[in-house]
Design a protein around this ligand. Structure first.
Ligand code: CP
Length: 321
């Protein structure tokens, strides 16, 4: 495959290859192998039309650890603000020799449009498009679940119960996760108010519940989502206070989870809304670990799309080299 646009495009073998490669790369980093020369001489452009803290930074770290030449392009401060189109922006990047473009865009479908076009010859990696997909987030989430729920041995997540809570309607993270988790054999339950569920949810490969307290004891991994008020035209229903009461995660609810269960969040978190500080700062919450795992996953994706050599063959640069 040349592009990563949707987790729906990944077979089980594709997904396991990315997760296993990320595990190997994480272990190399743990052994002070700071840099691999795999992408030396290759140019990767980070094309961000929408704000990002975690995804943008971790792609840049991943690219630099693979020795790529990195160009950071933000729509703010570029000629996009003068009306330049996605096509002309892409043609400009192609003229500069981009081997891969990592794109975040407010419009669902923008990465797929780039991948299908002849505007760019290199790989397109979706870093989050509108309310559609965020495939590397789902991969780093699965990587984090595997490490906690199948330590050392597990290949996939067969039979694991994942509960995703909150604004499913606007969540590209939920969409990418439901595809990938199904491919890996997990059982997904969405918990949300009816107003924050998409039309046609009954056709998605998941269960739906409106009762968080009933689902918590049957959960191995709980993923809390932010309410994306910036994607709504009007105030959302229920009110923020009612939302927190019914769907927010606090210490009392955390005690209802099985002992081995983890609490996840893709970030950014709104403390006091979907998650209390007590839960966010607890040892069961993997939010910071997810960010670190994102670097390994993004290295693996770039490595597999652009690299080609096996990890065992790759010459390495260590701290002492
Ligand atoms: N999880 C995530 O996509 O965070 P950013 O918006 O900060 O990249």
């Amino acid at each position: 495959k040349r592009h990563l646009v949707s987790t729906a495009d990944l077979t089980r073998d594709d997904a396991l290859l990315i997760l296993d490669t990320a595990e190997e790369l994480a272990q190399l980093s743990g052994r002070a192998v700071k840099k691999l020369p795999t992408l030396r001489g290759r140019t990767v452009v980070n094309l961000f039309f929408e704000d990002s803290t975690r995804t943008k930074t971790s792609f840049e770290v991943a690219e630099k650890r693979l020795s790529a030449d990195v160009i950071n392009f933000s729509a703010k401060g570029s000629s996009v603000s003068k009306g330049e189109s996605l096509k002309d922006t892409a043609l400009t990047l192609q003229a500069m020799g981009a081997d891969a473009v990592v794109i975040r865009h407010h419009a669902s479908g923008a990465p797929a449009r780039l991948a299908q076009s002849d505007w760019l010859h290199g790989s397109v990696i979706n870093a989050g498009d509108g309310t559609h997909e965020h495939p590397t987030q789902a991969l780093l989430d699965a990587f984090t679940m595997r490490r906690h729920l199948n330590p050392g041995t597990g290949k996939d997540l067969a039979g694991r119960r994942v509960t995703i809570v909150g604004d499913i309607l606007h969540s590209r993270v939920a969409r990418s996760n439901v595809h990938l988790l199904n491919t890996l054999g997990a059982e997904v339950t969405f918990v949300a108010p009816p107003t924050l569920l998409p039309i046609g949810i009954e056709n998605w490969p998941c269960q739906v519940s409106y009762d968080l307290d009933a689902v918590l004891p049957k959960t191995d991994a709980l993923m809390m989502l932010r309410v994306q008020q910036e994607r709504m035209n009007a105030a959302f229903f229920p009110t923020a206070r009612e939302y927190t009461r019914r769907y927010g995660m606090d210490g009392i609810r955390m005690a209802q989870l099985p002992e081995h269960a983890i609490v996840m969040h893709p970030g950014p978190m709104v403390r006091g809304m979907e998650i209390t500080a007590e839960v966010a700062d607890s040892p069961r919450c993997t939010v910071v670990e997810q960010v670190a795992n994102g670097v390994s996953i993004r290295m693996a994706v770039l490595y597999l799309l652009l690299g080609g050599a096996t990890l065992a063959d790759a010459p390495r640069t260590t701290d002492s080299a």
